[in-house]
Ligand binder design. Structure first.
Ligand code: ZN
Ligand code: ZN
Length: 457
């Protein structure tokens, strides 16, 4: 279509079809909060500070303890009330040496990282024949005992998706592969990293041994190294590997959650939880996972409260030990389940923009959802038909039936970086981080102030 240049011609042509725009209405409070939060610098300062001054924060380690101290001091300086660490204790798995070499037929080094809870090899390592399975289903189909004394190698074909859903499906190779390989008698297991990049870096992550299964050494190969092994295997000769994965477990170590509040003026209206996790994997500095989430929720809560007194308390939950199984989320629930929780939200999917909002609200709260969705729309965020499900730090609360809203972030590049040495500050896009703060500020403002009950009697 030809572009219309002159205003007069445009008016003549279009005047009969289009009615003039009404005079601009004064912005609503949530619109004003949304626009102010787009200029936020608190979230970036938080992420920059935590990743620079603390760095990696593995659960149950002195590094994680420093993160708690750092967060308590920072949240107090930002003006939060009731700021404190809530300790609990846990077993901690610690990485040692991660090394692998092809010894035959083409000797060369491979890049890999032990998975959380991997058993340790002896210091001198182990050497064994490799058996290749293109999928987890192929490993499952192997006869019992057929892997005795061998190293299982399981690949898969994960690709990036905007909603991150491929992690749930392909992540099963990491979550279940080691237990299945052990049941078949394998001496160790290597998996292709659960990631979508093509860098020579391995993606770590937790895996839990199924009941009664003997732990074996378990590691993820970088994606180029998994491809390299497949090419070597395709030559048809027996492939042998030398593997050194040393690790140790320390029992009864200190971990903890950090709590901070912006108090509301109606204690009977309940609490709105904004959660993230402070711990990270050990290789990077946990910038996207999950310093960003903590920066987003803290900054957004402050913007939500700027417009005046809140009705409900906004409680920030910076959980410990999310990466290794959600100990912090469970400890929070054990300590606070009896308190009136009106709504829970969590940010733990990086720093890229929010593109979708999902709700799980009590019946009769459609008006609240519509108001939030309308205020989010100018940020390019659309309401979905999917029910919100929360994340692992708030999982016990969600299971207990507390209403939840998910601000879904764009996950297209999340699994390029997730749980790798590349999870560093330079991967955080400041503009997209601020869009997150803006979306969160709107959602927290509306849920903390709405007159609807959110299920609180
Ligand atoms: Zn995370
Ligand atoms: Zn993670």
């Amino acid at each position: 279509m030809q572009k219309i240049r002159s205003g007069t011609v445009a008016a003549l042509l279009l005047g009969s079809i289009f009615t003039p725009l009404p005079a601009a209405a004064a912005p609503s409070r949530s619109e004003a909060i949304r626009e102010a939060a787009l200029q936020d610098s608190v979230a970036w300062d938080f992420v920059e500070g935590l990743t620079t001054e603390v760095g990696p924060r593995p659960a149950g380690t002195p590094q994680e303890a420093r993160a708690r101290e750092w967060a308590v001091a920072k949240l107090k300086r930002l003006g939060f009330a009731n700021v404190r660490a809530e300790p609990y204790r846990m077993s901690v798995w610690l990485r040692g040496k991660d090394e692998a070499h092809v010894t035959a037929p083409f000797p060369q080094r491979l890049v890999l990282a032990a998975l959380g809870n991997s058993a340790s090899t002896p210091d001198r390592g182990i050497e064994a024949e490799l058996v290749y399975f293109p999928t987890l289903a192929a490993l499952e189909a192997a006869p019992d005992g057929s892997l005795k004394g061998k190293i299982a190698f399981v690949s898969h074909s994960m690709t990036a998706t905007q909603d991150g859903s491929s992690y749930g499906y392909f992540g099963a190779t990491r979550r279940q592969g080691p237990s299945i390989a052990s049941r078949k008698g394998a001496a160790a297991i290597l998996i292709r990293s659960i990631g979508t990049d093509h860098h020579r870096q391995a993606h770590s992550g937790i895996q839990m041994w199924a009941d009664g299964v003997k732990p074996i050494p378990a590691a993820a190969l970088s994606i180029p190294d998994a491809d390299q092994l497949i090419r070597i295997l395709a030559r048809g000769q027996s492939v042998r590997l030398h593997l050194t994965l040393t690790s140790r477990v320390l029992k009864d170590q200190p971990s903890g959650n950090v709590i901070a509040e912006l108090p509301g003026n109606d204690p009977r209206a309940g609490i709105v939880i904004a959660a993230c996790h402070l711990d990270s994997w050990d290789q990077g500095t946990g910038a996207i996972d999950d310093a960003s989430g903590c920066g987003i929720v803290a900054a957004a809560a402050l913007h939500a409260a700027k417009a005046g007194p809140l009705r409900r308390t906004i409680r920030i939950l910076m959980a410990g030990a999310e990466e290794v199984g959600g100990d912090g989320g469970r400890a929070y629930f054990a300590a606070h389940a009896a308190e009136p929780h009106a709504l829970v939200m969590e940010s733990d999917f990086g720093a890229d923009r929010v593109w979708r909002v999902d709700y799980k609200l009590p019946a009769g709260h459609e008006g609240l959802a519509s108001r939030i969705s309308a205020a989010l729309a100018p940020l390019g965020i659309a309401q979905s038909l999917a029910a919100a499900g929360g994340g692992s730090d708030i999982e016990p609360l969600v299971k207990a039936g507390i209403p939840v809203i998910d601000l879904q972030q764009d996950g297209t590049r999340y699994f390029d970086i997730h749980h790798t040495a590349d999870d560093t500050l330079d991967k955080v896009d400041r503009g997209q981080l601020q869009q997150n703060v803006s979306a969160w500020a709107v959602a927290l403002f509306e849920t903390a102030n709405t007159q609807e009950s959110l299920g609180i009697k």
